[in-house]
Design a protein around this ligand. Structure first.
Ligand code: G4P
Length: 535
């Protein structure tokens, strides 16, 4: 197959949702359609189970699973589909944000009874900021839930989306009769069976056709006609370009558990979702069909076996063909590297591949060369943008608890930070190290992994920080910046990339600081457009 055709037939996306909305169940049903797995229950949930014996043991279990589910690839109807795993647990939100830099579109799963939940709101906000095309799947229609119109309203308001239904439920819960596919003009009847069979559909080109009454009963047919008329009046007509531009979001309804409405979703997805898209590097926009290879690291996974310290770096291919045993430039290190056993992913297996194409993810064995955000190219000096760090929520000093093991501790901290488990800040005043995390759980994980993988022990000390603020002094007045550095010296540190960060101890103190030094700008995110470029 030609290079351009390979690109055109790829769809790389992520499924995002609040935990329990049905992401794992939906993923599994999609894989069944692709013939990638044979039975339900094959995809393991990477959820942190509630009430597990110990949180960090649970995280280890989850980590083991998430190696397997990081990328789930399958073929359907000639299309190569890559699903990138996004943890739903809020403590791993940063992982999910990073993965969203590697997807070309997303499917958002919403539980019909619970409606829009907190994690969904946060993740969709990130997708909106990046103009990622979004499809919404309203799940669990076999249960009593919110009225379809109310829910669509809620989605529009809470997620700030502009939606249009492409399928519409006929009843719900106990009364769920089926789904009308607005796009394809047919009815799919709900039988309640939870099989992998594909439900047959009946074409209803004209809603006034009596066939509809025979199929679902007079009353349901009447209601459906009224609802669809209302829907046509309220919601905009589907327009693919608007969807691709992130300005319109199609909605499908169904039940992942019963494999109902999933085929409509999948067929709709492969028809409208984008093939690999161009990506901005600091230097220029890179198109997928360029001949030269380029890609970036969005995830690093440490080996679960402490005796084999190698890690797997996940690269999203942006342009060109990635070939086994060919030398590529690691831009940050300015070094050429060859990979003899790049992994490609298929369902839950990984295998060595000779060549991969834009949209694909390859897993490269790494002995410590990669950091999240690194770029690999055929030789060009490119730096892909868009893997920022967000301000952590929790901060603690990390101390060495065993003076004989300080080297091990330093190495362990370094590598865990490269993996993106947490963020490290080094205080300017005394060189003390501060760890910042999204969830309190990560402190346990770090302590546990330092001990088990690096033989180092650490202790923590509380530190009162409200937010980490990345400092933009590109237009700062010299007297303001020198006064700020002197007065706030106790709170200034460097992040891993050497950027200056102000650890504000309260929102009040941040506000006061901002007022006192108006020419200095503070950001809760490490990647920002410096003021000097805006002028
Ligand atoms: P997640 O990955 O988004 O966290 O959700 P997951 O798929 O694990 O689904 C969460 C729960 O919701 C599971 O039940 C699952 O069976 C159920 N579920 C998913 N889709 C549907 C649906 O369409 N209808 C109904 N009624 N339930 C659905 P559980 O009891 O927590 O887990 P399990 O013991 O069944 O695995």
């Amino acid at each position: 197959m030609k290079f351009k055709e390979e690109i055109a037939r790829r769809r790389t996306f992520g499924i995002v949702s609040h935990p329990d909305a049905g992401k794992t169940t939906l993923t599994e049903k999609l894989l069944l359609y692709g013939g990638a797995i044979q039975e339900a229950g094959a995809v393991k949930s990477n959820k942190i189970k509630k009430g597990a014996a110990s949180d960090f043991m649970e995280i280890e279990r989850q980590r083991g699973i998430s190696v397997a589910t990081s990328v789930l690839a399958f073929e359907y109807d000639g299309i190569k589909i890559n699903i990138l795993d996004t943890p739903g647990h809020k403590d791993f939100a940063e992982d999910t944000f990073r993965t969203l830099t590697a997807v070309d579109s997303v499917i958002v799963v919403i539980d019909v009874a619970k409606g829009v939940e907190e994690q969904t709101e946060k993740l969709v906000k990130v997708c909106r900021m990046r103009q990622i095309p979004i499809i919404v799947f309203v799940n669990k229609m076999d249960r009593e839930g919110k009225d379809a119109f109310d829910l669509l309203d809620e989605i529009e308001q809470k997620l700030e989306l502009r939606v249009t239904p492409l399928s519409f439920p006929i009843g719900m819960g106990y009364d769920l009769k089926g789904i009308y596919n607005i796009h394809k003009k047919n009815v799919n009847l709900f039988t309640g069976a939870s099989s992998k069979d594909i439900h047959s559909t009946t074409a209803i080109d004209d809603l006034n056709d009596e066939k509809l009454d025979t199929l679902i009963g007079n009353q349901a047919a009447e209601t459906l006609r009224e609802e669809l008329e209302l829907a046509t009046g309220i919601y905009p007509e589907f327009n693919r370009q608007e969807y691709l531009d992130g300005e319109l979001q199609p909605v499908f309804f169904g039940s992942a558990l019963h494999n109902f409405g999933v085929k409509e979703l999948l067929d709709g997805f492969i028809e409208i979702a984008p093939a690999p898209r161009a990506k901005n590097a600091e230097e220029r926009l890179v198109e997928p069909n360029e001949k030269d290879f380029s890609g970036f690291v969005f995830k690093i996974h440490a080996n679960m076996d402490p005796r084999h310290r190698d890690r797997l770096a996940f690269i999203k291919i942006v342009s060109g063909t990635f070939e086994r045993n060919k030398a590529y430039k690691h831009v940050r290190l300015n070094k050429n590297l060859k990979f003899s056993s790049p992994n490609a992913f298929f369902a839950e297996k990984k295998e060595i591949v000779d060549e991969s194409f834009p949209g694909d993810i390859v897993g490269l064995h790494d002995t410590g060369n990669f950091k999240i955000g690194d770029t690999l190219t055929s030789g060009e000096e490119l730096h892909y943008k868009g893997i920022p760090s967000f301000s952590p929520e929790h901060f603690r000093y990390i101390n060495n608890a065993d003076p004989m093991k300080s080297k091990q501790l330093a190495k362990g901290i370094d590598q865990l930070m490269d993996e993106g488990v947490a963020q490290l800040f080094t205080l300017e005043l005394n060189g003390r190290k501060v760890i910042g995390t999204v969830g309190a759980l990560q402190f346990e994980v770090i302590q546990y992994r330092l001990e088990h993988e690096y033989g180092a022990t650490c202790s923590y000390e509380n530190l009162n920080v409200h937010k980490a603020c990345w400092v933009d002094d590109s237009v700062a007045k010299p007297e303001e910046i020198s006064d700020f550095k002197r007065v706030k010296s106790k709170f200034l540190c460097k992040d891993k990339r050497g950027q200056l960060v102000f650890l504000a101890d309260s929102s009040f103190s941040l506000q006061m600081t901002q007022q006192k030094y108006p020419s200095i700008k503070f950001h809760f995110i490490s990647e920002f457009e410096p003021e000097v470029n805006r002028k």
